[in-house]
Write a protein that binds this ligand. Sequence first.
Ligand SMILES: N[C@@H](CCC(=O)N[C@@H](CS)C(=O)NCC(=O)O)C(=O)O
Length: 193
Amino acid sequence: MLTLWFAPGASSMAPHIALHEVGVPFDARPMSFHKKDNRAPEFLALNPEGKVPTLSIDGRIMTEVAGILFYLARRFPEAGLLPVNDPEAEAQVVSWMSFIAATVHPARRVGEQRLREVFGFAEAKLAGRDWAAGAYSIADIHLFRLFWRWMDSGGPAPGSFPGISAHYERMMARPAVRRVLEIEAGIGYELPG
Ligand SMILES: N[C@@H](CCC(=O)N[C@@H](CS)C(=O)NCC(=O)O)C(=O)O
């Protein structure tokens, strides 16, 4: 059984989307940062960092967006979220997710100028392609959540990131993305990072 602890609008949105892409049943556990659900002893016993996403796989805990996305893509290959039999393409997906987790995500806390700089790197890496690693993958889900977060808080000047903006629109057209946005907005966004 898969259980996902998530907070609406937080980083956990990416694995939440992947679970909907895969289409398997899972136990969804919404958390409220305002109510400090992530600081409750029962949750800290699962994840001492007190962060979402946190996934339980038959009771075994997994944390970190990139790790959870990779697990879901590998466990449910029929969803087509990771290239198969192509080590270089698969490594490109991992490379994108490392870049997103280590460079793009922390930029929010630094400020708007750094955010523009790192999305400039992402724009250049995308290089006019529809999807980050050629075909749709978990890297696109990861990238989308960070850009969605920026868009939700005002976003960049119109036209400044044409490639990423087109990618965002492509993502917004996916049923799994629309469904998760609907579910999370219905609970109420809490947007820490
Ligand atoms: N490196 C982690 C970052 C996860 C993260 O920053 N989660 C934030 C929400 S976006 C969180 O749970 N913050 C609550 C806290 O730190 O108290 C990942 O990629 O999963």
